[in-house]
Design a binder for this molecule. Sequence first.
Ligand SMILES: [Zn+2]
Ligand SMILES: [Zn+2]
Length: 290
Amino acid sequence: MPADKNAAPPLPEPLRVPVADSHTHLDMQSGTVEEALARAAAVGVTTVVQVGCDTAGSRWAAETAAAHAPVHATVALHPNEAPRIVHGDPDGWSRQGARPAGGEAALDEALAEIDALAALPHVKGVGETGLDYFRTGPEGKAAQERSFRAHIEIAKRHGKALVIHDREAHEDVLRVLKEEGAPERTVFHCYSGDAAMAQLCAEQGYFMSFAGNVTFKNAQPLRDALAVAPLELVLVETDAPFLTPAPYRGRPNAPYLIPVTLRAMAEVRGIDEDAMAAAISSNTARAFDY
Ligand SMILES: [Zn+2]
Ligand SMILES: [Zn+2]
């Protein structure tokens, strides 16, 4: 390991076939958007999907996509954001810090703003939405599920992709999707299910987007899922600044590190990296209809 374990990892060998980072948070990374895009493009990551997690972040995502051709936006209230809007945020992790409770009316108001943003041409998806039972406790479940159902409806009405955040909530996420009827294009971001769930997702035609944690030593179930997922439903993402792939785990993540994860994925599938990149490239364009 280098002396400074907080230093940005070096640029990987460029991909020969350009791909997209299907899920990133440029607004949470250091440096400018231009720098991030230039570094990514230098290694063959020529497209990024910028994901909104609250109203301000969603507005920013839409504006950034409008200003930069390689950027597409998605807009939403994160599953951990919805309960904060309703119940307040006594000790939350929100970038805005603590916030007063706004009740269901405040959630409706925020959802109306997401709805308006979802209509914009540079906004290609609604998300990340879904359920997170890891960070949100039982008291937040109802608000989370109500918000998730509203996002599904918004995605369908605007004909946009749905981007799912599913943390320790597989069964309920699949159940709500079934009850509401999933949009034509649904992406499980940072796919975290096992091989059996990958089969269920495949039956429904859900895209599965793999993040840097697929490279972690303890992530064999994730690699087993990747091994059985239909190739035409597989995407890659950074979820940067989170989930930096091995061997850089713990250091800052950014879209330019996609090749590291993609190469590990090609190895799991037993195909060469160009074939993996070509599949991912066309899958991402199909998922987000760009
Ligand atoms: Zn997420
Ligand atoms: Zn995310």
